[in-house]
Design a protein around this ligand. Structure first.
Ligand code: NDP
Length: 294
């Protein structure tokens, strides 16, 4: 462990430990469903093609599901699969009462329109929370009851970690860096619902560092390695680093070694922030745990 991690240990939000606790609670809920209803929650995981990163994600999701007592059925399709064939599989899974959740791993090969596939998933089985019905429910604050939104897993995990660390978020100034449909936009919605004052920043934002420095809560989801430095961060702010960037990390023994870094420059940020998620071991593990929760 680096000296900084030791020096500022109380500032680190340990997503791995938080996710372990959440997964244990999900496991308990699953066994109760099992005992009360004689039913095993079941997740269908669909992977088209052989993208190595997607294979790792799909394997990890399947393993985590099974560890929580959720049955995971893998559907591996060839990279040349047509959109029609994939839509047929989605329709079969939608109509199968033994399947409760459907996850189609993105990205998809070029011949398939991801929006068409996401639109085809039954919103009640849309564990990624990407279907327009679920994004609409999130935007309108439909968060409980039988028609509650299924919320995208990454922002859901970020909000859980923030509330765990900060308690009530009402009135806090939040800046979300990034406006993608899977992270930035739903993150902003969740923070608005928590009564934060929210700014969404992106590649056209002027004076980005100044905007970030206003934040009591700074969410970085840009996909730019270590872009956010300590001098962009207000003293004491909570920093959630969503970024996962693969960068060269050569050592004497392994000159070609690659490593993972976030969108935040951890070493300069931790000296200023009040709380911060590391990469790896922050947002990533919570994303998978929230998938199981959905
Ligand atoms: P996208 O590429 O879809 O979106 C990136 C966003 O960042 C866009 O809104 C873009 O702005 C903005 N942006 C890009 N460059 C800059 C810049 N120089 N200044 C300001 N804004 C910028 O990425 P995702 O939202 O899908 O993912 C973001 C990061 O989070 C990635 O590193 C990804 O790997 C990671 N990720 C991690 C997950 C986890 O479980 N930990 C899950 C999902 C993603 P504009 O819209 O103007 O182009």
């Amino acid at each position: 462990m680096s000296d900084l991690r030791v020096q500022y240990a109380d500032r680190i939000i340990d997503g791995k430990a938080f996710a372990e606790g959440l997964r244990a609670r999900i496991g308990a809920a699953v066994s109760e469903i099992n005992q009360t209803h004689g039913l095993t929650p079941s997740l269908a995981v669909v992977l088209v093609g052989d993208d190595p990163a997607s294979q790792v994600y799909v394997r990890n999701k399947g393993r985590a599901a099974e560890a929580a007592g959720i049955a995971a059925a893998d559907h591996r399709l060839d990279a040349s699969t047509s959109q029609e064939e994939l839509l047929d599989l989605v329709a079969t899974l939608n109509n199968d009462p033994a399947i409760h959740g459907i996850l189609v791993q993105l990205p998809l090969p070029d011949q398939i329109d991801p929006a068409a596939v996401i639109d085809a998933i039954d919103p009640a089985k849309d564990v990624d929370g990407f279907h327009v019905v679920n994004t609409g429910r999130l935007a309108t604050g439909q968060m409980s009851g039988p028609n509650a939104a299924l919320v995208p897993c990454t922002p859901l995990g970020c909000r859980m970690m923030l509330e765990d660390r900060l308690g009530d978020l009402a009135g806090l100034e939040a800046v979300v860096l990034g406006r993608s449909n899977i992270v930035g936009k739903p993150m902003a919605q969740l923070l608005v619902q928590a009564s934060c004052t929210v700014t969404v920043a992106h590649s056209k934002t002027r004076d980005l560092a100044d905007v970030c420095r206003r934040a009591d809560i700074l969410i970085a989801a840009v996909g730019r390695p270590q872009m956010v430095h300590g001098d962009w961060i207000k003293s004491g702010a909570a920093v959630i680093d969503v970024g996962i960037n693969r960068v060269p990390a050569p050592t004497d023994e392994e000159p070609d070694k690659m490593g993972l870094v976030g969108d935040v420059d951890f070493d300069t940020a931790i000296a200023v922030a009040g709380a911060i998620t590391p990469v790896p071991g922050g947002v990533g593990p919570m994303t998978i745990a929230c998938l199981l929760a959905n």
